[in-house]
Design a protein around this ligand. Structure first.
Ligand code: ZN
Length: 261
């Protein structure tokens, strides 16, 4: 696979993504042209809304089954396409079905293998895991186009164990959830967190490594390609370490040479 140009599709409800900064990061890292576009759903049709509503997940313990959407569910999707910030409750979607919808929204003449598309969305993409027989939220669906779910980045890697313990014991006593959130503030990523853009740089690298090498992840926490299970590991690899391990630095160097051959 080759890439000659990268397209980033904005999620306007999450200005902390800072697409200008991400475009600069990609240009500096891969020496490639980058173009910023409007939200990928800005041109979506009634049929796309219908398709989106039909890939909702209702039972996390069952593999994906196409849902027959109601009128209200289709209208909800139409509204969310028009104004992405109109989402109050988190809805789960099958990530692969979601990816197919986005793929069909890419202009045909730009749907070529050396154009790499990355669509940001605040919708929560999920995939069914055969190892524990349930759906999990995902921050990223690696493919071309790649989907990066801003809600997935926040909800998929787990918060500190103590946070859940406190939450459960306090809820049993009828106490306020906000006080728990305050206590753990800073230890996990929150909505509109200013660190989001830096964290997304790591996911963009994973997407490009996946496309070009088939292998997006690294086992080492000392690498931005590390796939975190915990929020603290996400911060560690992306913010504290903030670079690739030696092995992946070398792969990146070869990759950049190839891309600009
Ligand atoms: Zn690595």
């Amino acid at each position: 696979m080759q890439i000659s140009k990268i397209f980033l599709y904005d999620e306007p409800s999450v200005p902390e993504l800072n697409l200008e900064k991400l475009a600069k990061f990609l240009k500096n890292t891969f020496n490639l042209k980058v173009e910023i576009r409007r939200n990928v759903f800005s041109k979506a049709s009634h049929t796309d809304a219908e398709r989106m509503a039909s890939c909702r997940i209702f039972n996390v313990r069952k593999p994906f089954e196409k849902h027959s959407p109601t009128r209200d569910e289709i209208d909800f999707e139409k509204l969310s396409f028009a104004t992405t910030s109109k989402m109050e409750n988190i809805v789960m979607y099958d990530g692969f079905e979601f990816q197919k919808i986005v793929n069909d929204l890419i202009e045909q003449d730009e749907s070529i293998t050396d154009y790499f598309h990355v669509a940001f969305s605040n919708k929560l993409t999920c995939t069914y895991d055969d190892s524990d027989y349930r759906f999990h939220g995902r921050a990223i669906i690696c493919s071309n186009p790649t989907i990066i779910s801003t809600t997935g980045i926040i909800e998929a890697p787990a918060k500190p164990k103590e946070y859940y313990m406190d939450l459960i014991s306090n809820m049993a006593q009828g106490l306020n959830v906000d006080s728990i959130k305050k206590k753990y503030h800073g230890t996990y990523l929150e909505y509109h967190d200013p660190r989001l853009s830096t964290i997304v740089e790591g996911y963009l690298m994973q997407a490009i490594f996946y496309y070009l090498t088939g292998d997006p992840f690294c086992d080492s926490r000392e690498c931005r390609l590390y796939n975190p299970h915990w929020q603290k590991d996400l911060f560690y690899s992306q913010i504290e370490v903030g670079k690739l391990c030696e092995k992946h630095q070398k792969i990146l160097k070869d990759m950049v040479n190839n891309l600009n051959y």
